[in-house]
Design a binder for this molecule. Structure first.
Ligand SMILES: C[S@@+](CC[C@H](N)C(=O)[O-])C[C@H]1O[C@@H](n2cnc3c(N)ncnc32)[C@H](O)[C@@H]1O
Length: 267
């Protein structure tokens, strides 16, 4: 077992409806099936992605909009196939589920801060342990205990990722390219895509394995365009501005999915 107590770093062991460490710190399994590792002032809802963002993303995934990315992830070749994995910022668990099925992962964790994300992930990924935790305050895993850490459109705490991976373990990142859904920008002032790229060299302690662009035109209905905006950080500003942004979107649009899959191996 690789799970550790976020308070003392001791091993966390499952009990009846909770997990405990030897020092007596206890963390409850919620009735929805996820384990909350939040403690003290970290507790409380309203952080991470909102329920409406989560549901919009779920509809987009179910409609197959990200299928080219799913196919690219399924086609990845690992010299040593990973058996234990975590997805940081797993959302509702869509990509974690696909990675488990495609690559024979047997022990998996999905971690997210959003209460709505972990509720949905625990419902759909029964074979994974879903954790509610803040990935920016340390990862709840023992040193060198995981074969794969993935972060897909989510933050990447590199030092912690390196700590929890075993030597030779894999770090898998997916992030948007600058032209991701660029055709949509003609209709709405969406947030710029930040300097999110990763250098394939010079990622201290990791050797680059693959850097793969996934660039495909997708035909999107008005409803899917609305969902794509709803699931993005731009939604906060558009909502604040209070205008009817949905009406500015066309009835349908061919827009380019443009993301990068970057795989590294811990040296
Ligand atoms: C853009 S979504 C990606 C979700 C999923 N990986 C996917 O691609 O479908 C980013 C996710 O990271 C989560 N997140 C953001 N900051 C976080 C943090 N500090 N700790 C844990 N999760 C976080 C959000 O709640 C959200 O579910």
């Amino acid at each position: 077992m690789s799970l550790t107590c976020p308070l003392c770093r001791g091993e966390l062991l499952p009990g009846d409806k909770s997990y405990r460490c030897a020092q007596g710190h206890a963390f409850d399994v919620a009735k929805e099936g996820y384990l909350s590792l939040l403690h003290g002032r970290q507790k409380g809802a309203g952080r991470g992605d909102s329920k409406s963002m989560m549901l919009a993303r779920d509809r987009v995934h179910r409609a197959g909009v990200f299928d080219p990315l799913v196919a690219a992830l399924a086609a990845l070749r690992f010299e040593t196939p990973p058996r234990t994995a975590v997805e940081l910022g797993c959302g509702e668990g869509f990509f974690l589920g696909h990675m488990m099925r495609s690559h024979g992962i047997t022990t998996s964790y999905g971690l997210d801060l959003s209460v709505d994300a972990v509720k949905l992930a625990a419902k759909t990924l029964k074979q994974s342990l879903i954790l509610r935790a803040d990935l920016l305050t340390g990862l709840p895993f023992a040193d060198g205990s995981l074969d794969l850490v993935q972060s897909i459109f989510a933050p990447r705490p590199l030092a912690e990722i390196k700590r929890v991976l075993r030597a030779g373990g894999y770090a898998l990142f997916v992030y948007p390219e600058a032209d991701h859904w660029q055709e949509l920008r003609a209709f709405l002032p969406l947030a710029e895509i930040g300097a999110d790229k990763l250098p394939m060299s010079d990622l201290g302690g990791f050797a680059p394995v693959t850097s793969l662009p996934v660039c495909e035109p997708r035909t999107l209905s008005h409803a899917l365009l609305v969902d794509l905006v709803e699931m993005s950080p731009s939604i906060h500003r558009l909502t604040r501005d209070g205008n009817n942004w949905q009406a500015q979107l066309p009835a349908s649009l061919v827009a380019t999915l443009s993301v990068r899959v970057a795989l590294f191996r811990k040296e």
